[in-house]
Write a protein that binds this ligand. Structure first.
Ligand code: SF4
Ligand code: SF4
Length: 321
């Protein structure tokens, strides 16, 4: 069991393909926006987050948590939550998925040794090609990746493969950047028309295009280069195991910024809310974590032998498989 926890609904970027549809903030308004979201119940308060952590810790001595957002590092209170989680579960079990926006030496000093790694997204090293995320995004992340490595922070770089970035020139440049900067892990992700991506279906590659891009990325692998990981929905395409066998539903629970817990980290609609009630397991801290773990809905969704998200994206009838 793993947890992905979206610690905030605020982000300094406005990616067109974002799954969680956060509110765009600047340094000037982020505290006011966060406070408004907390008052309206759209974001957990610091006290709620502390209660949830204690609740999780009462169920597990060790559990892997990936803190994400929005951008979780926008707020000092989230650093305190990350530190508490590190004390509960050990730095080796804590990861942070972030943008490079808040990464500077002081931030890294407070994170090195407290977490196992930072995960940045880099879809291109050519800012002009960054149509889905805005032209500052890749440069800010490139600078943050370099600084993080320099400060001794392990880094994973994730690339979302989509029609606008999976040409050989771009993939080769990303690979060379990772090798040159000694990034240890490169994780290749699938684009799916979920979250805001619902409105950008034309970016979705065919299975054949994905296969070609993945084969090409593996052909770039070098002995001292990053280890290449692929999203579980690529396992079938790469002949590793069937989509049904690779499904991780229920094994990585996602806590949304308002405390809602869903069983699949991809099950988002265009408003960044759960794709369907079948994925919703409860709402923390009101629901106890133990109740979520023992819920009938979790048991039921695990029984469906196919990708549950496909049912909504491709209208595949997973129930009758
Ligand atoms: S994809 Fe990430 S960086 Fe982009 S808007 Fe969403 S949370 Fe922010
Ligand atoms: S339901 Fe689909 S997207 Fe979700 S974990 Fe299973 S295979 Fe992955």
């Amino acid at each position: 069991m793993e947890i992905c926890w979206n610690l905030t609904h605020c982000c300094p970027f406005s990616c067109k393909i974002c799954m969680v549809n956060p509110i765009n903030v600047s340094d000037d308004n982020k505290l006011a926006v966060q406070s408004k979201l907390q008052k309206s119940g759209m974001c957990l308060t610091f006290d709620d987050k502390t209660r949830i952590l204690k609740d999780i810790a009462s169920n597990f001595d060790k559990i892997k948590i990936d803190f994400a957002g929005g951008d979780p590092l926008l707020f000092k209170e989230n650093l305190e939550i990350i530190e508490m989680a590190s004390n509960y579960f050990g730095p080796e079990n804590i990861e942070v998925s972030t943008t490079g926006y808040c990464i500077e030496e002081g931030m890294l000093d407070s994170l090195v040794g407290r977490i196992s790694k930072l995960d940045f997204t880099l879809d291109t090293v050519f800012p002009k090609m960054e149509s889905a995320r805005g032209d500052r995004y890749s440069q800010i992340n490139i600078n943050a990746i370099k600084l993080s490595i320099k400060k001794g922070m392990p880094v994973t770089v994730s690339t979302v493969l989509k029609k606008d970035n999976m040409n050989k020139e771009n993939l080769k440049e990303i690979s060379e950047f990772l090798i040159a900067n000694k990034v240890s892990n490169w994780f290749l992700l699938r684009f799916r028309p979920l979250g805001r991506g619902v409105n950008h279906k034309s970016l979705e590659p065919s299975e054949e295009e994905y296969k070609k891009a993945l084969d090409y990325c593996f052909s770039l692998k070098q002995k001292d280069g990053p280890k290449i990981g692929i999203h579980h929905t690529f396992y079938e395409l790469m002949g590793i195991m069937s989509r049904n066998e690779s499904c991780k539903v229920g094994s990585k629970l996602t806590i949304l910024s308002d405390g809602t817990v869903i069983s699949c980290c991809w099950a988002f609609n265009d408003r960044g809310r759960p794709l369907n009630d079948m994925f919703v397991l409860g709402k923390l801290p009101e629901t106890k974590f133990r109740e979520i773990l023992n819920s009938k809905k979790l048991e039921e969704i695990k029984k469906i032998p196919a990708c549950r998200v496909d049912y909504f994206v491709n209208k595949r009838d997973v129930m009758s498989h």
